[in-house]
Design a protein around this ligand. Structure first.
Ligand code: GDP
Ligand code: MG
Length: 679
C-alpha cells in the first residue's frame, strides 16, 4: 500500500477533529461494521444531511452562504453520470457528446420502506415532478431542455433529483456538465468558458468536496478536470478521485493510483460502472468479480475499489464536512439576518396612500424640530458630537460676541473734521444757539450729535442678523436633508419652504433693527443709574478743564480722567461755548454705554426669540403649507418612491424571510449536536 494511501484515513480524521464532531464522524465511518452504529447514524447524521438539504432547497446559497457539497467534475465522457447512476442504482441519461447540460443535484436517501426507487424531480423555482426509474432519463432531459433550451446550450440553474430507495447511501452530490475543449457540433463557441465558469462556481468554495471522475483509459495529468480542481484546491485536501472504466484499461492502473501524480488528498477509488443493458445488480456483481479475480486489478487494495467503498467514503467525507461547516453556517445566517434586518429598518417605510405619507411627513417634521431645538435652543449636540458647525447655541453666542466687539465701546469721535478736542460739539452748539439764557444746554444740539453717532454704527446690527440667519438657514437645511434623505422627491419642496421661511425671518429682523435704531434716534432716555454716575465722574474734571481754557496763564495741555491728554488752545477762541461743549461730550459719552447695551441686549433677545419661534412653530407651519397645500401634491410625491428603494426593500424582505427559515432549520440541528456531542 502506498504511503499516500496509508495517510488518507489520517487526513480525514484530522478533518473530523475540527469542531470536535469526532463522535458524529466516527459514527459515519463505522456504519458498515455495526448496525448499532448504523442506527445512531440515522439519528445523528441524517438530521444534519436533512438540514443541509433543506438549506439547499431554500436556496440559502443565494445569500452568499456556501453549503458543504460534494461536486462531481470530470472531463466529458469520463463517466460522471455513470458513477452517479451506480451510487443511486438507477439509470441516468448517458451517452456520447454532452448530456449533462445543467447542474444536477442528486439527493440520495436510504428509505427502508421503498422496494423500488421513488424519484422526484425539482427545478425552476418549485416545479416538482414525480417520476419513475424507467422515465427518469426522459424527465431529466425534458427538464434540461426547459432550462437550457433544446439545443446543446448549458445553464447554471440546477435540477434536483431526489432518489428514495432502500440501501442507497445518504448522499447529496452535484453533477456538472463535463469539460470539453473542443465544442461538438451545435455547441456554442465559448462552451469551454461557460462550463469552466459553472464548474468554478461550484468547486471554488472551501465547503465543496471535489469528486474528480477520471477515466482509467486516460493519462491523469492531462485531464482538464484535474487542472481545474488544482486551481482551487492545490494540495488536494478536499479532492477525491474516482477512476472509472477500470475494466477497459487495467494495465498500469495500480501504479497510477498509488503513484498519485496529481495530488489527490482524499485518495482514489476505482470502479466499474454499468455497461450496456446490464441491470444495476448485475453491474455490482460484475464489478466485484472484476476486482477480486482480474490478474492486475485484484492487486489493488480492497479499500480502494468498488462502488460500495466509494459510497462509504463519500458518506464519511460528507458528514465530516457538514459537521465542520455547520457552526460557521449558523453564524453566517445569524450575521446576515441581523445585518439585513438592520438595513431594512434603516429603509424608508412602505407608503401605500396619502395618509401614510402624511404620517411620515409629520414624523420627519417632528424629528427635524426636535434636532433643531436641541442644537439651536437647548445647546445639546449629542446627535452630532463631531460636527462643530452644527453646535448652534455656541456658534450663535460667538456671533454675538463678535457683534459686541464691532460696536465701539466709546462714543465714536468724528474723524472727518480737524480732530480738535470738542470742536465738533462747539460747531453744533453754534448752529443751535437761540435767544435764551447762556447756561441752558440746547437739547437739539444733543440730539443732532446723538443722531450722527448712532448712524455710524447703524449697519452693525444688520450685519449681525444677516450672519445669524445665514447660519441658521444652513443648519436647518442640513438637518432637514438628513431627516428626509429617504425621500429625495420632496427635498426641493422642503428647501423651498425653508427659503421662504428664512426670507420672512430676515425681513422681521431687518424691521426690528430699523426700529431699534429709530428708537435710539428719536429719544434720549435711560433709566440706567450708570448714566448719571458716569456723567458726574466726567464732570468732576469740568472745573480743571475750564481753568485751562479761560486762564491764559495756565498751560493749554491738560490730562483729563476720561478723555486722556488733550490740548485746549483752540477752545480759547470759543470760551463762551467750551463749557457747554464739555458737558455735551460728557452726556454723550455716558449715554453711549446705554445705547450699546440696548443694541446688544435687544438684538440678542430678538434673535433668540426668532430662532425659537422658527424651530417651535414657523418651520412646521411652513413645511405643512408647502407639502400639504395644493391638495397634498407635495406629500403625494412621497408615494412614488425611487425605484431603487423599492427593489432594495423587496430584496431585503425576501432575504430576511429566507434567512429566518434557514435559521429555524439550523436551530433545531444545533440543539441536537450540542445535546449529543458537545460537553
Ligand atoms: P459523463 O459524460 O462523464 O457523464 O460520462 P457518462 O457517464 O455518460 O459515460 C460515458 C461513457 O462511458 C458511456 O458510454 C458509459 O457507458 C461509459 N462508461 C462509464 N463508466 C464505465 C465503466 O466503468 N466501464 C465501461 N466499460 N464503460 C463505462
Ligand atoms: Mg454526464
Amino acid at each position: 500500500m502506498s504511503k499516500k494511501l496509508a495517510m488518507a484515513p489520517k487526513q480525514s480524521k484530522d478533518m473530523a477533529g475540527v469542531d470536535g464532531k469526532a463522535l458524529v464522524v466516527a459514527a459515519a465511518s463505522d456504519v458498515v461494521t455495526s448496525s448499532a452504529i448504523a442506527a445512531s447514524y440515522n439519528d445523528q447524521i441524517r438530521p444534519l444531511l436533512d438540514a443541509v438539504d433543506r438549506l439547499r432547497r431554500l436556496k440559502v446559497t443565494q445569500e452568499g452562504i456556501q453549503l458543504p457539497t460534494i461536486v462531481v467534475v470530470g472531463d466529458q465522457s469520463s463517466g460522471k453520470s455513470s458513477v452517479l447512476e451506480s451510487l443511486a442504482g438507477i439509470s441516468l441519461p448517458r451517452g456520447q457528446g454532452i448530456c449533462t447540460r445543467v447542474p444536477l443535484v442528486m439527493r440520495l436517501q436510504d428509505d427502508p420502506s421503498a422496494d423500488s426507487a421513488k424519484l422526484q424531480l425539482e427545478y425552476s423555482n418549485g416545479r416538482v415532478v414525480t417520476t419513475s426509474e424507467a422515465q427518469v432519463a426522459d424527465a431529466i432531459n425534458a427538464a434540461t431542455a426547459e432550462i437550457a433550451g433544446s439545443g446543446k446550450g448549458i445553464s447554471d440553474a440546477p435540477i434536483t433529483l431526489v432518489v428514495r430507495k432502500r440501501g442507497v447511501p445518504d448522499l447529496t452530490l452535484v453533477d456538472l456538465p463535463g469539460i470539453t475543449r473542443v465544442p461538438v457540433k451545435g455547441q456554442p463557441d465559448d462552451i469551454y468558458d461557460q462550463i469552466a465558469r459553472i464548474i468554478k462556481e461550484y468547486i471554488a468554495p472551501k465547503e465543496s468536496i471535489i469528486l474528480n471522475v477520471l477515466s482509467a483509459t486516460v493519462d491523469f495529468p492531462t485531464c482538464e478536470s484535474i487542472r481545474m480542481s488544482q486551481q482551487v484546491d492545490r494540495t488536494g485536501e478536499r479532492t477525491l478521485a474516482v477512476v472509472t472504466k477500470a475494466d477497459k484499461a487495467p494495465e498500469g492502473l495500480l501504479e497510477k493510483v498509488t503513484m498519485d501524480e496529481v495530488n489527490i488528498g482524499l485518495g482514489y477509488v476505482c470502479v466499474r460502472n454499468r455497461i450496456g443493458e446490464e441491470t444495476y445488480d448485475q453491474a455490482r456483481v460484475e464489478e466485484e468479480r472484476l476486482f477480486k479475480y482480474h490478474p492486475l486489478l485484484s492487486k489493488i487494495d480492497e479499500s480502494m475499489v468498488g462502488i460500495p467503498v466509494l459510497a462509504q467514503r463519500l458518506m464519511q467525507i460528507q458528514s465530516t464536512i457538514i459537521a465542520k461547516c455547520l457552526p460557521d453556517i449558523v453564524k453566517q445566517i445569524n450575521d446576515r439576518l441581523s445585518r439585513n434586518s438592520a438595513e431594512l429598518d434603516q429603509m424608508p417605510p412602505d407608503l401605500n396612500n396619502v395618509a401614510d405619507a402624511v404620517r411620515v411627513f409629520f414624523h420627519i417634521v417632528k424629528q427635524v424640530s426636535a434636532s433643531l431645538e436641541k442644537l439651536l435652543v437647548r445647546g445639546e449636540f449629542d446627535e452630532f458630537p463631531e460636527d462643530r458647525n452644527l453646535h448652534g447655541t455656541a456658534r450663535i453666542a460667538e456671533m454675538m460676541n463678535g457683534y459686541l466687539k464691532r460696536l465701539p465701546a466709546q462714543c465714536p469721535v468724528d474723524s472727518n473734521g480737524d480732530n480738535l478736542f470738542l470742536m465738533e460739539e462747539v460747531r453744533v452748539l453754534e448752529e443751535t444757539k437761540g435767544i435764551n439764557l447762556p447756561n441752558f444746554l440746547p437739547r437739539s444740539a444733543f440730539l443732532v450729535l446723538l443722531k450722527k453717532k448712532v448712524e455710524t454704527v447703524g449697519h452693525v446690527p444688520q450685519d449681525l442678523v444677516d450672519e445669524v440667519w445665514g447660519y441658521v438657514e444652513d443648519v436647518v437645511v442640513k438637518i432637514l436633508a438628513k431627516h428626509s434623505e429617504n425621500f429625495p422627491q420632496v427635498q426641493s419642496s422642503c428647501r423651498r419652504a425653508v427659503q421662504s421661511l428664512m426670507d420672512k425671518a430676515r425681513a422681521r429682523s431687518a424691521q426690528h433693527v430699523k426700529e431699534l435704531i429709530e428708537m435710539e434716534l428719536i429719544a434720549d432716555y435711560t433709566a440706567n443709574p450708570d448714566y448719571m454716575k458716569s456723567w458726574t465722574e466726567i464732570m468732576d474734571c469740568h472745573e480743571d478743564f475750564m481753568e485751562a481754557v479761560e486762564d491764559r496763564s495756565k498751560p493749554t495741555s491738560i490730562s483729563l480722567e476720561v478723555f486722556g491728554a488733550v490740548d485746549v488752545s483752540h477752545l480759547r477762541e470759543h470760551v463762551g461755548l467750551a463749557g457747554q461743549a464739555f458737558d455735551l461730550r460728557a452726556r454723550l459719552t455716558a449715554y453711549w454705554k446705554s445705547i450699546v447695551l440696548r443694541l446688544v441686549d435687544g438684538l440678542a433677545l430678538h434673535v433668540l426669540r426668532g430662532v425659537k419661534r422658527l424651530v417651535e412653530h414657523d418651520l412646521e407651519t411652513e413645511l405643512a403649507d408647502e407639502l400639504l397645500g395644493n391638495k397634498m401634491a407635495g406629500v403625494e410625491r412621497m408615494l412614488s418612491p425611487s425605484p431603487s428603494t423599492g427593489s432594495k426593500r423587496e430584496r431585503l424582505k425576501k432575504s430576511i424571510v429566507l434567512l429566518r427559515q434557514s435559521k429555524e432549520v439550523v436551530a433545531n440541528i444545533m440543539d441536537r449536536i450540542s445535546a449529543s456531542g458537545e460537553p
